[in-house]
Design a protein around this ligand. Structure first.
Ligand code: FPP
Length: 273
């Protein structure tokens, strides 16, 4: 049972937003493209790295807020395969911040029963980053609460290409029959296997693109674009996005509206969403 006072103190803007929210119809899985760190820094005449540092603080706030509200899975797009094109110093900073976050927040994760699940081509990351991730994954493996999935060196197209390649190889080795492949099979071979698909995808900074993020999994997600730069994203912004989610009607390709937050089994079919 969630107590409102544990989520937001009375008299605050967060509490006002929370009072409007139906806690029984929340998205189970929220995915976020955290964008705008650079512009946030530029607007303050700060180096870009300060934007990323502030972005890390927003990660901490958002993870805590999502868990308090009762989101089961939070997926954060922290580093895409395209991000290697950035100057090496910026890439190094992002990796250092990631290690810092993982190490510093480990106690909080364990105390709050949060499980860390990194996805992406982790083997291409710096060894020290891999080590920090491995340790955090091991330390939170028995946590049964919300899952914090961090997409790192991740690409949606790569994920689907890898899956296709593995399927063809398995078929060639006589271990897979094409007749067995259906949407459920694909789901169970994605990096996100075992998790509900995202109900809500948030992108900050006013950009309105999916940018190679969870291409299969976002098929029926509600998409919420906010002009807020990622470092300014906080509990109030998360609550606003959840309220917007609840205002949407989800049809999953059918005709009758499904109130947001109500899941339709078996992927919901095809057609206009
Ligand atoms: C986009 O801003 C943000 C990123 C590429 C990285 C996100 C990383 C963090 C929030 C920090 C650490 C992450 C974790 C999980 C602890 P941008 O640089 O593209 O901004 P811009 O579009 O304004 O230049």
């Amino acid at each position: 049972m969630r107590h409102l006072d544990d989520i937001a103190a009375p008299g605050t803007i967060e509490r006002e937003l929370l009072n409007e929210l139906d806690l029984d119809h929340l998205p189970r899985h929220v995915a976020i493209i955290m964008d705008g760190n650079g512009r946030w820094a530029k607007a303050r005449n700060l180096p870009r790295v300060e934007g990323h540092r502030a972005g890390m603080r927003a990660v901490r706030t958002t993870v805590e807020a999502a868990a308090q509200v009762g989101i089961e899975v939070l997926t954060l797009y922290a580093f895409s395969t395209e991000n290697w094109k950035r100057p090496p110093a910026e890439v190094r900073t992002l990796m250092t911040l990631l290690k810092e976050y993982v190490r510093r927040e480990l106690d909080t994760f364990v105390r709050n029963n949060l499980r860390l699940r990194p996805i992406g081509r982790l083997e291409q990351l710096d060894r020290s980053v891999q080590k920090a991730l491995r340790e955090a994954v091991a330390a939170t493996a028995d946590c049964t609460g919300p899952i914090v999935q961090v997409a790192l060196n991740y690409s949606g197209r790569q994920e689907l290409t890898d899956l296709l390649k593995a399927a063809v190889e398995a078929a060639a080795a006589g271990q897979l029959d094409a007749g067995l492949i259906d949407e459920a099979w694909v789901d169970s071979h994605l990096l996100t296997r075992g998790l509900p698909e995202p109900d809500l995808m948030i992108r900050t900074s006013g950009e309105q693109r999916i940018s190679n993020f969870l291409l299969w999994q976002l098929a029926y997600a509600e998409i919420y674009f906010t002009p807020v730069q990622w470092p300014d994203f906080d509990k109030a912004e998360l609550l606003r996005s959840l309220l917007e989610f609840q205002r949407r009607e989800r049809r999953f390709g059918g005709l009758s509206p499904t109130p947001a937050g109500v899941r339709v089994p078996d992927g919901g079919g095809s057609g206009d969403a």
